[in-house]
Design a protein. Structure first.
Length: 95
């Protein structure tokens, strides 16, 4: 768990979009039925699957080739215009 937080802090310190605290630059898409959420701030997206089933979450914006910067589980991958997440997982992506 400590390693995860260290990686989050390192990522935050190196990405200006994660240092911007203005809420008007944040968009959020929530799917209560499936337990998923995608938050975007600038070129960064945080995709979360809290549901019991794997999910393919669409990524916001016109990003040409999203890159997974940090993932809570192995097997998280960009799949076309979305990201494939197993249950109870999160990925931080550069769009």
């Amino acid at each position: 768990m400590l390693a995860w937080y260290e990686r989050l802090l390192e990522l935050r310190s190196g990405r200006t979009d994660l240092l911007d605290g203005r809420f008007d630059r944040v968009t959020v898409a929530v799917d209560d039925e499936h337990g998923t959420l995608v938050l975007r701030r600038g070129s960064i997206a945080v995709a979360v699957n809290l549901g019991p089933e794997p999910a393919l979450l669409p990524l916001p914006g016109p990003g040409s080739d999203p890159l997974v910067l940090l993932a809570s589980h192995d097997g998280i991958a960009v799949d076309g215009p979305g990201v494939a997440l197993p249950p109870d997982s999160v990925a931080i992506l550069d769009l």
